[in-house]
Unconditional design. Sequence first.
Length: 617
Amino acid sequence: MFQPGELKVYSDHMAATTGRDDSQSSIRPMMGNEAIARGAWEAGVKVAAAYPGTPSTEIMENLAKYPAQDLHAEWSTNEKVALDVAIGGSFAGVRSLTSMKHVGLNVASDSLMSQTYIGVNGALVLVVCDDPGIHSSQNEQDTRIFGQLAMVPVLEPTDAQEALDFTRLAFDLSEQFDTPVIVRSTTRLSHTRSLVQTGERVELECKGFLEEPRKNVMIPGHARLRHGALIEREQLLRDYLETSELIRWEPGSEEVGIITLSTAYTYVKEMMPEASVLKLGASYPLPEAKIREFCVSVKRVIVVEELEPIVENALKVMGLKVEGKALFPREGEFSTEVVREGFEKAGLLPPSVKLETIDVQPMARPPLLCAGCPHTSAYMALRALNSRVSGDIGCYTLAAVEPLKAIDTSVAMGSSIANATGIALAGTEPRPIVATIGDSTFLHAGIPPLINAVYNNANITVVLLDNHITAMTGGQNHPGTGRNLRGEETHKIDYDALIKSVGVKWIKTIDSYNMGSVYQSLREATEYKGVAVVILDRPCVLDPVKLKGPPFQVNAEACTGCQTCMNLGCPAISWTDELYEGHHKVTIDEAACIGCSLCAQVSSTNCIEPVAAPQKS
Ligand SMILES: Cc1ncc(C[n+]2csc(CCOP(=O)(O)OP(=O)(O)O)c2C)c(N)n1
């Protein structure tokens, strides 16, 4: 139960650190990402840039809800561009932020690794959201390792209040210690709501551009000097953390001390409320003296951290006897159950009474493309053409599974074209080699590999799946939509001109809903010697507006159960109990059908037809 008194005490505690004026504040429920945006706004952020990615997307969407005169907020073409824009804001002397999902930092890391040497002028904050449990990502990496590599502080909020407070504080620390600062979130924090006490925005004077080439220009002679500055900065940050309220010692039993952080803290408090706890609001760098003091105050020390043993290993390097990953998994998302099991293994909790389980599994429901998804036709055709398909990251990755099962590889954003190039240049693949890539992904990281494919004379077909939106992450604008983050009109990419300009000679734009043309053009493209590009053009059925055309129906008498339409994997089509010569017939859910007509086009018996419009009386 929420105790207003408790929250007040807590907010007083952080208000001292963040400089928040609580007389101006209000309390309301906020999602972690909304709280991060609020913290940045309160800190006076002026430039904010991001590329969408679950679970980080709502940070920039919420920042864009603040007035344009307060800050510039943008969708950038990719995470490196976003970080570079934020770095530009910092160079200009204003507080700047970029946000991204964990894999986004791989893309942005080249700039981060230099910017950490440069430091900041206006504050520079990177909010990076990890995805333990891989709810919606291509891997499960731990951003804290990047913090160590770049030697930048990593703040780790536990709940939405801390998400706001730590983000706000991150801007101050960035300027105070001349460093980019990472605020690390995870899916559980980013997407969970809890009560948050908000404050007011601070308006800061722009510092102006700092004319200091030896700091701003990373040539070897300058970088050598700056590396030493980084090491000094790390020590200063350690000293700061020794007494900072980011590191909270909660005294308890001397039998066991638990060092924990992020959302794992809440599971620890629930499972072991009597233990001594050292809560780390920052996982890098670590305040050694405080940690040693904590460790000698208890008989046994256990580190509870999700994903990699970052803190555990650091403590072991310090010569401390601690336990951690021997008890808790290194993969997957934590929960109270996972943490309880770890404490049971440690002998700290009695084995829990295992609940009687019912041996009935829910029906497996594989993820599917939407009814009427314009990506479907490409994969039907590519399968019919027996193509070797390098896929990419987007909704269309779902075509890798049954029933379309038409994608052979999927690595990382923008990889498809160069993967296909490599397969082609290996000279061993007899099947037509095709790369499929969405419009947002193409603009993110697909253009350099297309240039490369032309430059190196690869024999490949590139299918640009242009659904006019970034669908996978919930429908964000990008340069191909002609609208920016705030929905304002801006320049719209002309794909045809862009693709021709890099030297592609064979290019066709086709309506994704015209099955015959899709098949025919893909066949011609795969027969072409060189790089051929087919642009499949149709808006997403969900974004920016939900589409609903006149639905189709199955003429049950004519249906022979041939199942050709079922191969589309359309969720509006299902089997009935009715049989025709041993085969189940099919039916269409009119409410779900959006009238794309693809099923009618592929049907071998012409048994699918539009639902007759009701007669007007
Ligand atoms: C480096 C990286 N950044 C962001 C994401 C999140 N993400 C996954 S797919 C995708 C783009 C999907 O848009 P598009 O290519 O247009 O395909 P659609 O989903 O619209 O079919 C994004 C932003 C990611 N997986 N990796």
